[in-house]
Design a protein. Structure first.
Length: 73
């Protein structure tokens, strides 16, 4: 039990005294970077899904796989 208490005390000391936490400016920059990266990745996934995905038969674009399915099936 003493080891658990020692571990908690050491963890608290590490988090309060030894860690350098980012400031508000760094947090804002990191948040904007994550937001922009998320939008870019979502756009790439959307484009790949639209280009290669299978849509309804009455859809204007069925995707590459959808076109193959219409010729094979």
């Amino acid at each position: 039990m003493a080891n658990v208490i020692e571990y908690v005390k050491d963890s608290y000391t590490e988090l309060v005294e030894r860690v350098t936490w980012p400031g508000p400016k760094q947090l804002q920059e990191a948040s904007v970077l994550v937001f922009v990266a998320s939008l870019v990745i979502a756009g790439i996934v959307f484009a790949m899904d639209w280009a290669f995905g299978v849509n309804n038969a009455d859809s204007l674009w069925q995707g590459v796989i959808g076109m193959i399915y219409t010729y094979v099936i």
